[in-house]
Design a protein. Structure first.
Ligand code: DON
Length: 563
């Protein structure tokens, strides 16, 4: 009898685990009308609760962004910045840029030594690496334009979460251990992060709760003026930083026109400069459109060849032409021109690679005239937002302000400190992305919304530094070209090429040796992408039934919540 019970229990356990497996492999959470997907379930739930209360996607954006600042200090932030793309239910589209800015006293060569060499530690760690944070300006601007609930109701859940605390996941414990030494080195050994943070413990954030309470009292000025601003400036200046009260006071988020383009029967809406995301995505997709990738097959040698070659050319253009559009002229029309992109691919051949040394930026005459997180929201009214927000590196520049309770970004490293010298993502830049006072550093963040036949179809984005653009690309192709569900598209192994280094980078442990050899046989150098930053892809897909499918990327602790 006992044996039979044991056998029966084993079968049930097996069935349950199979169900979980097939659930993960086949499709994500399916809901009737609303969904929030973010890097932490706690934050998604806060956003979804706002939607259930009758708030719209923009209200939920404010609540989710602030909740991520509490639940996901790795990347969620009030000490960083981001971008949001939106599509309202009437089809109108737009975007907001709340990217960090260089302080007013920043200089072009502030990260160079006396010999003119880049001092990477300076742009990556500590107080000088910090760009003027934009997140609080961003959420207030979004609320002012589109919010429907009182802002206090959107801020309060993050304060409650900070006081209640957040349970440490296994992945978080591992991450904290990995970065603890550097955080202590930068922030001092009295920082709270010098402690022990085992899985399943709860971390509370009383200082962050107090900082957020200033927003309840004083609105955006609660961050950019007054007590918090003064404490932040003192904290940074004591550590050699150059951000002033005036830098904070002057910070404004900017509404910008998104980049839009067609690919087959899709209309893709993505972020314009100062992110390179939309332009690069458009260039790559338009370059591969003439090729029948669905015929070649998902992650086949031919598909990887054509996509990597398009990526190579787009990243070469990125490095030369792109920067903050308020400072440099960007030849947007030329870069997205069909003839131009056809010519860019003219020397592509399936027989051998085009070495990056032979690929430069395209011939266009300009006529004068490492942490991030993505979340996606669809509300019951049919509005959608796609948001990527970041402090750049994992825990930003590892500089934690204990008094105010948050990490500061190291976004200054996204500038090109010296032409040709790679930043922490190996990206090189030129004059267009050089440092200047009040300039925004070039980003790769690619918050994207896609329409199919004029209707909302997909909301997608990810973290992952330079790999953001190519991960977004592959996720779209996985659904559109290769017929995957949203979840399968996110699960699928990813690859990446960014012109320099001249390598096809394959997600670590996901491609067989035999397959890698096939790519090598075509003449490509292959590298395993071992940085965890290949992305946490977030996606919501509108199914033919009108229901929503939200994916959860197992590479992180993502949570999809909806109703
Ligand atoms: O804006 C950018 O492109 C980078 N600061 C993004 C950093 C990032 O995605 C780090 N996450 N893995």
């Amino acid at each position: 009898m006992m044996k039979r019970i044991v056998l029966f229990s084993c079968i049930i356990a097996l069935l349950i685990s199979c169900k979980k497996e097939s659930y993960v492999a086949k499709h994500g959470l399916i809901t009737e009308k609303a969904m929030v997907v973010s890097a932490r379930e706690e934050a998604s739930k806060i956003g979804a609760d706002i939607l259930e209360k009758g708030g719209n996607a923009f209200d939920a954006m404010v609540a989710t962004e602030l909740a991520l600042a509490v639940a996901y200090p790795y990347a969620g932030n009030i000490g960083g910045g981001g971008f949001m793309i939106y599509r309202k239910n009437d089809g109108s589209i737009g975007s907001i840029d709340y990217r960090e800015k260089a302080p007013r006293s920043a200089t072009k060569d502030m990260f160079l030594d006396s010999l003119g060499n880049a001092i990477t530690a300076k742009s990556r760690y500590g107080a000088q690496a910090v760009g003027v944070p934009g997140t609080i300006a961003g959420v207030f601007a979004v609320h002012e334009k589109f919010g429907s609930l009182p802002i206090e109701e959107l801020i309060q859940p993050a304060i409650d979460l900070a006081k209640r605390g957040v349970i440490i996941t296994q992945k978080q414990e591992k991450r904290l251990k990995e970065y603890q030494k550097k955080i202590i080195e930068v922030s001092g050994d009295s920082t709270r992060w010098a402690g022990n943070f085992p899985e399943k413990d709860t971390i509370k954030y009383p200082q962050l709760a107090r900082t957020l309470e200033q927003l309840l009292k004083n609105g955006r000025d609660g961050f950019y003026k007054g007590e918090v601003a003064q404490k932040l400036v003192n904290f940074l200046q004591d550590r050699g930083g150059i951000i002033t009260r005036e830098d904070l006071e002057k910070y404004e988020a900017k509404w910008r026109a998104p980049v839009t383009f067609r690919y087959d029967d899709l209309k893709v809406i993505s972020m314009s400069p100062p992110s390179s995301g939309g332009i690069c995505l458009a260039q790559i997709m338009k370059m591969i459109e003439p090729y029948d990738v669905s015929q070649y097959g998902h992650n086949s040698v031919k598909t990887i060849q054509v996509v990597a070659e398009a990526e190579r050319r787009a990243y070469a253009d990125r490095s030369f032409f792109l920067g903050d559009p308020d400072f440099v002229e960007i030849p947007l029309k030329n870069l997205l021109d069909d003839d131009y992109l056809r010519k860019r691919m003219q020397d592509f051949s399936f027989d051998k690679p085009t070495p990056s040394s032979e690929v430069s930026h395209g011939d266009i005459t300009i006529i004068e005239s490492n942490e991030t997180t993505h979340y996606a929201i669809v509300d019951p009214y049919g509005n959608a937002v796609s948001v990527t927000t970041t402090v750049n590196g994992a825990y930003g520049g590892k500089l934690f302000c204990d008094e105010l309770g948050f990490f500061l970004n190291n976004e200054m490293d996204d500038f090109s400190a010296k032409p040709g010298t790679p930043n922490m993502f190996g990206l090189v830049g030129a004059e267009a992305n050089s440092i200047a006072p009040e300039k925004r550093m070039l980003s790769s963040m690619t918050p994207t919304i896609i329409e199919k036949n004029g209707e909302l179809w997909m909301v997608v984005g990810t973290r992952g530094g330079s790999t953001i653009i190519t991960s977004v690309l592959q996720t779209i192709l996985n659904v559109h070209e290769f017929g995957m569900t949203m979840q399968e598209a996110v699960n699928a192994p990813r690859f990446h090429h960014q012109w320099l280094p001249d390598k096809v980078q394959l997600e670590e442990g996901k491609f067989s040796e035999e397959f890698k050899q096939k790519i090598r046989d075509k003449g490509y150098e292959v590298k395993e992408y071992d940085n965890p930053s290949i992305g946490n892809m977030v996606g919501i897909l509108v199914l033919p039934s009108g229901k929503l499918e939200g994916s959860e990327d197992l590479r992180g602790d993502d949570g999809a919540v909806g109703f």
